[in-house]
Design a protein around this ligand. Structure first.
Ligand code: ADP
Ligand code: ZN
Length: 748
């Protein structure tokens, strides 16, 4: 028997379940030409049929009674050998089953297509031709529907005439089953059917103007040159592009990408939340036109799958997307860019808890690519790595055209009950009178922070989560921001039935209300997740700022990021220390970053900006450094704190989250887990600090009780060994869930 034959007889398959190993299957005669590496196969598993991923030939196929695969689901491979190597790395590092990693890496839409195909409802979709969609269109000029076709057929035809070209799916959605009518219409020659490969274009409604590369300033030139040299050498080179807001980082990305494209290599661009950065994607489109694939969270599964196929087939050479784009099937990558690399949203918070920022370095290394981590406020870990020379530091220390950084005034609010202080209200009036724009930032949505009963003194809390309910005046609801529990508001006190509920603290809704009282003639708008849930509403608010039809924009951190409003000369910050109180060792880092970003929104155009920052006690170094544009000072102090407390980047962390509906079961399981870890630690002689079990800061969430154990180690190998062995030995009761988060970001 030749090697190829053995290969075809017995294969190794990864299954997307929480199982730490791959399985062997036999390939029946008729599937031997198609059951190849990179394809999915339908396999029997227990008494179920599951989709598995063919990893390759099985090494030892000594078992006689192996089960046979049922069907091969693809006609083309879904991943390359290089991508499989990457998946394996991810599985090992995050200690996650390979099958689950592959499932996470592939687009969700792929499974929908298979289900359709398997059902046999759409003949054209079976046999692995999952990329075709039936389309109905008019063969000639518009014709009147003849009567003999029946009323439903006439309605359908009228619809086809109106749209000119419509998919079978769309017709079914509208008219229900319509196969008989459609065949009748086709028979009569009134419409025609065609299997057409359709890529839905999520940006088809947008028009873009082409834009030309700008003449770079000195610092941009130096940065670009460094990246270009590494591209020419085809060596893995990681960079930190550290540039204040408005210093021209995006222009460097664009020109570095051009350089990679000229060499025939491709580019991957990761951004924190693409739906919130239409300006950035717009600039990429303007520069590169087609050949761009944009993967954003607003895409339907089908649209995402279409983009995925375009990339897989080499039709897109630049891919822009949020964290999951790190798994984009882009080959021959020359450069990976991670914009706003400090953002927490690069970390996936459930399932495979990967960090796309970290994986960019891993994939870049495998591809011998340049990796550019860009930020105005890099993470403390990144700054440390650059300091140690593990990343090459590229600095853009000045704003484009020497625009000055805004002047910042700190206002201490201790003892002051107002939402808007006198200095801020004066500045707002002045800015309004000058016909300039302002942004006011408060990182809390809703009207009041919460309602408190005047009779018993208790705040309104969520029955499912250990948090207070936020009072939303417009919606007349008190709302849980974690589980969406809602009660009519103000309502009555659930504890004592008291009817006098008073408002405590302020959210963006209240801020908007107060601003309208302060400046009744001003055009004031609010941007937070309450006002941007409708499709296009976010974009409309941004265009109001851009075309000057808004004077003041109030909002949460949504207004802090990435926007370039040249007419904004004033930024107000309300309650600057809101994020400092979080029980998280990164609280100071987050506060500094957020404040610096918001401050950076002022004075990006020709007119200099100023900022008023309100804080109860503005003395914390996260606030004073952001206000003084003293990033160096902040990182120095923060790194000192991390070193002393033994936190990243001076230690590696893993968090065990233990949760369940029964408080008792969760408590018991947490104790057992901690004891096992302590025992294994001494058995394996690893140096790992085991903290907890403790209640998670958010002890109850969506009805589940939550405890956590934090592992800390100065040596990654020790940490991983302990977790690996724990996985092999652990006994977990079925009512409790344990997840292990490597390099956790969310400590709540
Ligand atoms: P960042 O990404 O660092 O916030 P941008 O790349 O958005 O900065 O640049 C800020 C503004 O300056 C943008 O409007 C951009 O078009 C412009 N700009 C960038 N580089 C140059 C340059 N070399 N010459 C002129 N304008 C530039
Ligand atoms: Zn809740």
């Amino acid at each position: 028997m030749t090697a190829a034959e053995t290969y075809n007889h017995c294969i190794e398959v990864a299954i997307p379940l929480y199982l730490d190993r791959a399985f062997h299957y036999r390939v029946p005669e008729h599937l031997r030409n198609t059951a190849l590496t990179g394809h999915r196969a339908l396999v029997p598993f227990g008494n179920r049929k599951l989709t598995g991923y063919i990893l390759g030939p099985a090494v030892d196929s000594g078992i006689a009674d192996l089960k046979e695969i049922i069907e091969v689901l693809d006609s083309e491979p879904l991943w390359t050998a290089g991508e499989l190597e990457f998946y394996r790395w991810v599985a090992a590092y995050y200690q996650h089953p390979l099958g689950e990693v592959v499932r996470t890496a592939l687009p969700a839409g792929i499974n929908i297509q298979t289900r359709k195909g398997a059902s046999g409802a759409q003949g054209a979709l079976t046999g692995g031709k999952t990329t075709l969609r039936e389309k109905f269109y008019l063969p000639g000029p518009t014709i009147a529907p003849p009567r003999q076709s029946g009323p439903k057929a006439q309605e359908i035809l009228a619809f086809i005439i109106e749209t000119g070209d419509v998919s079978a799916g769309e017709l079914r959605k509208r008219f229900g089953t319509c196969t008989p009518q459609l065949s009748r219409l086709c028979e009569l020659g009134l419409c025609a059917v065609e299997n057409r490969e359709v890529y839905r274009d999520p940006f088809k409604d947008q028009t873009v103007n082409r834009d030309e590369p700008r003449l770079l300033h000195t610092h941009q030139k130096a940065a670009l040159a460094a990246v270009a040299i590494s591209l020419d050498n085809r060596q893995f080179s990681p960079f930190l592009l550290y540039g204040v807001t408005g210093s021209g980082k995006t222009e460097v990305y664009l020109q570095a990408i051009s350089h990679a494209l000229e060499q025939g290599r491709n580019a991957l661009v990761l951004v924190p939340e693409i739906a919130l950065t239409p300006q950035l994607t717009g600039r990429f489109q303007a520069r590169f036109g087609g050949g761009l694939a944009i993967l954003h969270s607003g895409l339907s599964d089908g649209e995402r799958y279409d983009e995925w196929r375009r990339i897989r087939r080499g039709l897109a050479r630049i891919v822009i997307g949020a964290r999951s784009a790190i798994f984009a099937p882009l080959e021959n990558i020359g450069i990976i860019i991670v914009d706003e690399e400090h953002e927490a949203s690069f970390k996936q918070s459930d399932g495979l808890r990967y960090n796309a920022r970290d994986l960019a370095l891993v994939r870049g290394k495998m591809e011998q690519a340049a990796v550019v981590l860009g930020s105005a406020t890099p993470s403390v870990t990144t700054v440390h790595a650059a300091g140690e020379g593990r990343l090459t530091l590229l600095e853009l220390p000045e704003r484009v055209e020497g625009r000055p950084m805004p002047l910042v005034e700190l206002v201490a609010m201790k003892g002051n009950k107002e939402t808007i202080s006198a200095p801020l209200s004066n500045s707002l009036s002045e800015t309004y009178q000058q016909g300039k724009q302002a942004i006011v930032f408060l990182n809390r949505r809703g009207f009041a922070t919460f309602l408190v009963c005047a009779e018993c003194g208790k705040p309104l809390t969520c029955p499912n989560c250990s948090v207070t309910l936020t009072y939303h005046r417009q919606r007349r609801q008190s709302l849980c921001h974690y589980c969406d529990y809602a009660v009519p508001a103000p309502g009555t006190c659930p504890a004592c039935n008291g009817t006098t509920l008073s408002e405590l603290g302020a959210g963006t809704e209240k801020l908007e209300h107060d601003l309208k009282e302060l400046l009744p003639a001003a055009r004031i708008f609010r941007m937070d997740s309450d006002t941007t849930s409708g499709k296009g509403s976010h974009g409309r608010l941004l265009s109001r700022m851009n075309d000057g039809s808004a004077d003041i924009l109030v909002g949460t951190q949504m207004i802090a990021k990435g926007h370039d409003f040249p007419e904004v000369t004033l930024v107000g910050v309300v309650n600057a220390e809101a994020s400092l109180g979080m029980p998280d060792f990164r609280a100071a880092e987050r506060t500094f970053q957020l404040l610096s970003q918001v401050i950076g929104r002022a004075g990006r155009g020709e007119n200099p900006g100023r900022v008023v920052v309100q804080a109860i006690d503005p003395g914390h170094y996260a606030i004073t450094s952001a206000a003084g544009h003293d990033a160096e000072g902040f990182y120095r102090q923060e790194l000192e704190f991390r070193r002393e407390a033994g936190y990243p980047p001076f230690a590696f962390l893993a968090a065990f989250a233990i949760s369940g509906l029964s408080e008792q079961a969760v408590g018991d399981q947490a104790d057992v887990t901690a004891r096992t870890l302590i025992q294994l630690k001494s058995e394996l002689k690893v140096r790992v600090e085991i903290l907890g079990p403790a209640q998670s800061p958010l002890y109850r969430l969506r009805n589940r009780f939550r405890r956590q154990i934090l592992l800390k180690a100065s040596n990654r190998t020790d940490l991983h060994r302990l977790i690996t062995v724990w996985r092999q030995r652990a006994t977990i009761v079925s009512t409790v869930r344990i997840s292990v988060d490597i390099d956790p970001v969310d400590m709540m």
